[in-house]
Design a protein around this ligand. Structure first.
Ligand code: COA
Length: 323
């Protein structure tokens, strides 16, 4: 018998305010056509004034609990992936814990930027496999609108805010790739590339700072590293790329998504794509895509999924799971 971490619910939250590409034309030398053709992004959501990452995370967690038919009392742990926690500390995860009314269990943040949700899933899987927890809420939530330089057209048009969550539950499996749940994970980072994508503020500068990115350099690493990590995770799971029902990629740029699918030998009709409506929501993008994919009727129980992401660090990785 193998203890598996099985997804039993998914949910998401998007802030009310939707900003179409055309809105940027008023303040920047850019166009809807440029943003659409270079990134695939058409619109994104921005948090309201005063709306925080932990508040959005709580809304997504509540939706995931509802879809699983569970309550916060059933949760042993919260693993929250974010690079835009409300405060330097405590963790946004402990804020979610209190907002959900939980007075037991434990909660912590994972910071791996756009790869955060993949890292969080891998950590939650390890907590379940080791017997430390039976049910774990895994959340990705971000307010990247708070770290944008609104004068930098090469970054501020690409990102959005939002949150997504899944509830994992320990279930007995046979140990084969037919089991539901997380089948394999693969995590990587390489700090030599830290200057390609970073925020120029923090404790060292005593201000929050703004996102800085050498987009074309990140792009170059992305397709190659994403296809490689996906293949590693698929090999570890003992499945072939052809067995995959859905790639659920980090949603940064449609050209990266298309390039990675092509390198994996899979058609775009096996890819869940939400980048046009959400932009790049960093650690929130994969759980948002999972939840939207279920809502659209794309992802169904028993489907084989591979998720993959890359972001600042560089940090990247993949998770193979049967839904
Ligand atoms: C950012 C990105 C969309 C830019 O596309 P690109 O085709 O690589 O474009 P480049 O950065 O080479 O810039 C090309 C030109 O467009 C211009 N440009 C940049 N942003 C622009 C905008 N919003 N509107 C109009 N022109 C823009 C640049 O200034 C540059 O002009 P120049 O040739 O006169 O210098 C693309 O590099 C990308 O998506 N990279 C990966 C980013 C990413 O996914 N990061 C997150 C990983 S988690």
């Amino acid at each position: 018998m193998t203890r598996r971490a099985v997804v039993i619910g998914a949910g998401h939250y998007l802030p009310e305010r939707i900003v179409e590409n055309a809105e940027f034309e008023a303040t920047l030398d850019t166009s809807d056509e440029w943003i659409r053709s270079r990134s695939g992004i058409e619109r994104r959501h921005f948090a309201a004034e005063g709306e925080t990452t932990s508040q959005m995370a709580t809304r997504a967690a509540q939706a995931a609990l509802k879809s699983a038919g569970r309550t916060a009392d059933d949760v042993d742990a919260i693993v929250l992936a974010t690079s835009t926690a409300d405060l330097t500390f405590p963790s946004a995860a402990t804020m979610v814990q209190s907002q959900l009314g939980m007075t037991s269990g434990f909660a912590f943040d994972v910071q791996a930027v756009c790869a955060g949700f993949v890292y969080a899933l891998a950590n939650a899987n390890a907590l379940i496999a080791s017997g430390q927890a039976d049910r774990v809420l895994v959340i990705g939530a971000e307010t990247f609108s708070r770290i944008m330089d609104w004068t930098d057209r090469s970054t501020c048009v690409l990102f959005g805010d939002g949150a997504g969550a899944v509830l994992l539950e320990a279930q007995d499996g046979t140990g084969s790739s037919d089991d539901r749940g997380i089948l394999a994970t693969d995590l990587n980072s390489d700090g030599r590339y830290r200057d390609l994508l970073y925020v120029d503020g923090g404790v060292a500068t005593q201000n929050t700072g703004h996102l800085r990115m050498q987009g074309n350099q990140v792009f170059r690493h992305a397709v190659e590293k994403l296809a490689a990590t996906a293949h590693t995770a698929l090999d570890r799971a003992g499945v072939a790329a052809d067995d995959v029902d859905w790639i659920v990629p980090h949603q940064a740029n449609i050209r990266i998504i298309q390039g990675t699918a092509k390198k994996m030998g899979l058609p775009m009709d096996k890819v869940v794509v939400t980048v046009q409506d959400h932009g790049n929501t960093s650690a929130a993008s994969i759980p948002l895509a999972l939840s939207v994919g279920v809502e659209r009727g794309q992802i169904k129980p028993g489907d084989l999924l591979v998720t993959e992401a890359i972001g600042g660090g560089l940090a990247w990785g993949a998770v193979v799971l049967r839904w």
